[in-house]
Write a protein that binds this ligand. Structure first.
Ligand SMILES: O=C(CO)[C@H](O)[C@H](O)COP(=O)(O)O
Length: 213
């Protein structure tokens, strides 16, 4: 089974967790792209908030009811993909640069569900961590953080500059605290295990369901 099939399998499994009347947060990415039609096919009476224009457009075209985040202060459930999933539940997100919005939605959700193909679980987080930076004072923020490489991509819908922090990821909690403490950093792609309730990982046609909190 291809990773695309696994993304679809995990996404389809997650829609069984959504019930009539729920307010649902929708993530961003290629795995979420499989979630949207599966969710729409259930024909539930739900309202959704999207974490990106891309997700909002796709969901709307499928007939899902998208409302503005200003109408919502919490979610019954939010479902999203991830770039890396560590054994202890730490995530790296933001490959699609939507991590700031995704974190706001995940944090406001009673239940945050991660859907992933078998390439996403890792023994240890590695590589780089997506960051969103305030355009104001960008040079000073880059100097303060060091090790950030800016991406050649458009700004976020909220005007943030997107980059990736390259450094030691062996202590995600310490790094998350250091990044969060930097003035000018809007948010980063390290999501703590305390924010994650369920992880659905498809391996072939099987789905492993990890329950975290
Ligand atoms: O954080 C994200 C976007 O900002 C995505 O959830 C993450 O990059 C995974 O994407 P995909 O489902 O395409 O593998």
């Amino acid at each position: 089974m291809s990773s695309e099939d696994e993304k679809r399998t995990a996404a389809v499994a997650s829609v069984g967790l959504v019930e009539n009347g729920m307010t649902v947060g929708l993530g961003t990415g290629s795995t979420v792209a499989y979630l949207l039609p599966a969710l729409a096919a259930r024909g539930l009476d739900i309202r959704c908030v999207a974490t990106s224009p891309r997700t909002a457009t796709a969901a709307g075209e499928l007939g899902l009811r998208i409302v503005d985040f200003s109408e919502v202060d919490r979610f019954d459930i939010a479902i999203d993909g991830a770039d890396q999933i560590a054994p202890d539940g730490w995530l790296i997100k933001g490959g699609g640069a939507a991590h700031t919005r995704e974190k706001v939605v995940a944090n406001a959700a009673d239940r945050f569900v991660v859907i992933a193909d078998a390439s996403k679980p890792v023994d240890a987080l590695h590589g780089s961590v997506p960051v969103e930076l305030l355009a104001y004072g960008l040079s000073a923020t880059l100097r303060e953080l060091a090790h950030v490489v800016l991406r050649d991509v458009p700004r976020s819908p909220d005007g943030g500059v997107i980059g990736d922090y390259h450094g030691d990821l062996s202590d995600p909690a310490a790094l998350a605290a250091r990044l969060s403490a930097a003035p000018g950093l809007v948010d980063h792609g390290l999501f703590p295990p305390s924010m994650v309730n369920d992880v659905l990982i498809a391996r072939g046609s099987d789905v492993e369901h990890r329950v975290l909190t």
